[in-house]
Write a protein that binds this ligand. Structure first.
Ligand code: BMA
Length: 356
């Protein structure tokens, strides 16, 4: 086989995923991500445009931009609280401002990913409240099904309202029920069976499809584990018809060696599956709380995915109201200089690299 055919085949294997219809906004985003993936890895930041370590609600600002004069390429947002029809999400971000920022960011060429820390529908506690099992009862026939259907409908209303100035739907990556391999969320592994989890995930996708929403790229993202295996990673996988993008959430808790090794282990699991099943893959959340290692971005994070091609890496949020809840760079942090080097790396893509 000649070289050109091999290159074409490699490009094709990652570029078609099953869930989105051709020409839909979701399909266009999938295709765009496939193309961008060949150029490098998009760098994202959760809540980047809403607040930073020392400021809040100054729209147009971003800690990453304050550090390196460029915005992240991926904006992460969370819908926690929308299920109740609240005005603000669980971290105080007003949903109307979130919508405004998403639209503006997407029109500039930025890519948006959305998570959902939904409350526990069984007892009204938050997403981390595991005192009352809720998954089985949220499924068709269950006592919480009507409530869950309404909750999902509220996420649909928000995502449906994301339209550009020409009225075209803005595509987003949605990753509901994330980190299901852990025990901390009410939808986590010990609180339901894998089958029940799959049904819950599929229920969301089906409800979106029934509402004819075609701007969602679906993401399945377990929590990373140092002893991961494909069996564990895919234990709760809802199936190729319901997922476009694989991902995992990983934080550095111990030494950098463990972080890098776990990252590479899970990247390999995702890469192998993605190649065969034509899926995208990403590092859907990461960071080292408070970034005590001033070279973390170039010495740890970059080597952790070197040689793989995750389409994006999303740093978790820089909370303005919790001193150590920061995972991205900020001007006053000792990792700022290192982040400027990370930004200069040809294989890291920021907003200026992908602008419309
Ligand atoms: C968690 C923490 C919480 C936050 C939640 C949703 O990881 O950052 O403080 O409320 O995400 O953003």
């Amino acid at each position: 086989m000649n070289k050109i055919i091999i290159i074409l085949m490699a490009a094709m294997t990652v570029c078609a995923t099953a869930t989105a219809k051709s020409k839909s906004p979701a399909r266009k985003l999938i295709n765009r991500l496939c193309d961008l993936q060949k150029r490098g890895t998009l760098i994202g930041h959760q809540d980047a445009l809403f607040y930073g370590t020392t400021w809040k609600w100054e729209f147009g600002r971003s800690d990453i931009n304050d550090v390196c004069g460029d915005y992240p390429a991926v904006l992460g947002c969370d819908l926690g609280g929308i299920e109740h029809g609240n005005d603000r999400n669980l971290d105080g971000v007003p949903f109307d401002k979130m919508r405004e920022q998403i639209i503006d960011f997407a029109q500039k060429g930025g890519i948006v990913t959305i998570s959902w820390h939904a409350d526990n529908p069984a007892n009204g506690g938050n997403a981390w409240n595991v005192d009352a099992p809720a998954v089985a009862q949220s499924l068709p026939g269950g006592a919480l099904h009507a409530k869950m259907t309404q909750w999902i409908a509220r996420t649909i209303d928000f995502i449906k309202s994301l339209k550009d100035s020409n009225g075209r739907p803005i595509p987003v990556i949605f990753r509901p029920w994330h980190e299901m391999t852990g025990s901390w969320f009410w939808w986590g592994t010990p609180h339901c069976t894998a089958k029940e989890y799959q049904s819950l995930f599929r229920m969301v996708v089906r409800q979106f499809r029934k509402a004819r929403i075609d701007n969602v790229v679906w993401s399945y993202s377990p929590g990373a584990d140092a002893h991961d295996t494909p069996q564990r990673f895919f234990n709760a996988y809802p199936g190729d018809r319901y997922v476009d993008m694989l991902g995992f959430d990983i934080y550095q808790y111990n030494g950098p060696e463990e972080f890098v090794a776990t990252c590479r282990l899970d990247l390999k699991i995702m890469h192998d599956y993605a190649q065969k099943h034509r899926k995208l893959y990403a590092i859907t959340e990461t960071g080292y709380r408070n970034t005590p290692d001033e070279k973390w971005f170039t010495n740890v994070l970059r080597p952790a995915y070197q040689g793989f091609s995750p389409c994006y890496v999303l740093l978790w949020r820089n909370a303005w109201d919790q001193k150590e809840e920061n995972f991205g760079p900020a001007p006053e942090k000792s990792c700022a200089e290192d982040f400027r080097l990370f930004h200069k790396d040809d294989a890291t893509l920021f907003l200026n690299d992908i602008r419309n």
